[in-house]
Design a protein around this ligand. Structure first.
Ligand code: CNA
Length: 237
């Protein structure tokens, strides 16, 4: 049996699979990831990207933070690709229990997935830090400098910055789904950003599948490994 046939069989047999993904899920929609050769971390900025998208930098230099955020991190106007679409279909068919994602682009929901745990938040949710009012992402995109609410407070994207904790309820939901999973498919993530990557340790089964173009530190733990593009695999599922 080929690896692909094995994966298809495991999906057919599964009733509570979980997909755990990262930026590589959306590169085929046209959104660059962080750590590929053509990713954000290969470009040169005045400060390292990890510094710019940290909470202390956001506090210290909000103008610079928002300029970078608008230009490099606000993926508006992109469409889901075949991987998002097939994952939504597998949920509908009763095979997939949840998607756990490190992405902030909202494309899984746009494709129709319902159970989505967004570990790092979403650019589609933005709140005034003073009065709590919700603002659409376009307000942040169209602001000339730091986006401000009518009340004068800063509008902060609901995106988890470095130095900020993950949302507890989201982590609990993700951990619970992974614990109960009879199949865990991990894809499009370098598995180097913690605590997100550590959630894999909650999986107890023996059907761990890794689909990633580059090698990851978890390759040797997986029961099946594909070093291929997600779209090439998911278009066959
Ligand atoms: P990463 O560290 O950039 O790793 C991405 C991985 O995906 C790499 O190992 C690539 O080899 C792999 N990859 C890229 N394209 C494909 C493809 N088509 N098929 C298979 N594999 C592919 O990204 P992580 O998600 O691991 O890092 C976590 C960060 C990145 C999170 O905090 C995200 O919020 C953040 N991020 C999100 C987005 C988004 O929302 N679309 C975009 C860029 C970065």
């Amino acid at each position: 049996m080929t690896n692909l046939q094995q994966l298809k069989q495991w999906i057919r047999e599964s009733k509570s699979a979980v997909f755990f993904g990262g930026a590589g899920v959306s590169t085929e929609s046209g959104i660059p990831d962080f750590r590929s050769v053509d990713g954000l971390y290969s470009q040169t900025f005045d400060y390292p990207p990890e510094t710019i998208i940290s909470h202390s930098f956001y506090e210290r230099k909000p103008e610079y933070f928002f300029r970078f955020y608008r230009e490099k991190m606000l993926p508006l106007g992109f469409a889901p690709n075949v991987t998002h679409q097939v994952l939504a279909r597998l949920e509908q068919e009763g095979h997939l229990a949840a998607v756990v994602t490190q992405n902030i682009d909202g494309l899984h929901q746009k494709a129709g997935s319902k159970a989505v745990y967004e570990l790092h938040g979403s650019v589609l949710r933005n709140y005034c830090v003073k009065c709590g009012k919700f603002h659409r992402a376009e307000v942040v995109r169209d602001a000339k400098s730091v986006p401000l609410c009518e009340c004068g407070g800063i509008i902060k994207p609901d995106v988890v910055l470095y130095e900020e904790p993950l949302d507890e309820r989201t982590v609990e939901g993700a951990v619970s789904a992974i614990r109960k999973a009879d199949l865990l498919i991990v894809g499009g993530t370098s598995l180097t950003v913690y605590p997100a990557a550590g959630l894999l340790h909650y999986y107890r089964g023996d059907r761990l599948v890794l689909i990633n173009r580059d090698e990851t530190p978890y390759d040797s733990y997986a029961n099946l490994v594909f070093h291929e593009k997600l779209g090439d695999i998911f278009s066959q599922l």
